[in-house]
Ligand binder design. Sequence first.
Ligand code: SAM
Length: 431
Amino acid sequence: MPSRPVRRRNPPRAVAHDPAVGTEVELETTGVAHGGIMVARHEGRVVFVADAIPGERVRARVTEAKSSFWRADTLEVLEASPHRREHVWSEASVTRDPEGRAGGAEFGHIELAHQRELKRQVAADALARIGRIDDAPDFTVQALPGGDDAAGTGWRTRVTLHVAPDGTVGPYAARSHTVIPVSSLPLAVPELAAIAPLTERLGDAASVDLIAPAEGPLQIVTARDGSRPPLAAITERVGDREFALEALGFWQVHRLAAATLTGAVQRAIDADAFDPRAANLDLYGGVGLLAAAVGDRFGQATRITSVESYESATDFAARNLAEWVGARAVTGRVEQWVRGRAENATATERGRQRAATIVLDPPRAGAGTEVVAELVSTEPAQVVYVACDPVAFARDAKAFAAAGYAIRSLEAFDLFPNTHHVELVARLSRD
Ligand SMILES: C[S@@+](CC[C@H](N)C(=O)[O-])C[C@H]1O[C@@H](n2cnc3c(N)ncnc32)[C@H](O)[C@@H]1O
């Protein structure tokens, strides 16, 4: 097994314009910031430090020096937090040189309960400081069933590996596109970890995707220079319900995530405010997971439109939602699809829009203020927001709040143990 990282054709990790870059500093970390990094101060300047924990003293190397803040990598832990543990992935450990640490498990050195507390702090802080929301319900970040078993490993049903010019296969390093050779993939479900081509040389490939669907064989999809082979359909399952999708189509990554979000969305919807005949929406709908969650809770008469930009996903969503005659799947970009929806509607349709429950599950960037403005202009009865980025959610929640939509319920889930990611499910409505 090679131990030296292999560089891809990509910019260097830090551009050493500032003489501070590359210097070593001793830091005391005081808090956690968005993105899995900790906050410290050096001579009054904020420093964002990777691979530390709040309350630690570390020796760190500066990797970026801007006028308003620096970034640094931990080289040595001088005084450890009581929450520090051996990293779940030795190849991502602080004992390695920072440029040779595997990325994707940036909280793997922190006890699981404390990881969840740090994620809660980041989300609460984003709501307070970015969302300017001071009345959000209290919440904790909930572990998934069995989430603390095996130190939070063995949950990823999707893994993307990258291929260096010499054919080495591995994950990228944290914060760079350097391919890191590794001997294990602890966050992957064991059956995927077992088939990963970690010892192979794939000189003519760009990336390798590994997928463990709920049904059928494991999938290995090798892409060459951005092109992919034709993709098979796979089957995922939530309870008794099956979902068909393209092998590389979007599906929640944790093996229990789809079921967890189904339950959370069903709980979040206020049944008294739900009208099955309304113009209900499932925005950023993928293959219809959350539209099905709504339909399963409110029955055969449920009307709901799922909007998704990726055509193949919409085709599958139409199949997956076929049992609801009032369900339809539309291909389109949400920001375009919602534009002018209120003005172009008939009086009857405007009434249905006002009675609507809108579920939205945008990508990491969030929905954005323009989409929120279009949605609130139709005065929907309630909005259920599924968020994979607390800062983007806080920005959007602020825009909802400006239109009188407050957060009425809020749950958070640890769908990505040993990483900094957290998923939120919130219901927003007006008084
Ligand atoms: C976080 S996923 C959620 C999918 C689905 N709700 C689920 O849980 O399986 C976001 C989805 O939004 C789609 N998407 C991204 N940007 C979009 C846009 N501007 N308009 C419509 N869909 C978009 C992606 O293709 C992806 O399927």
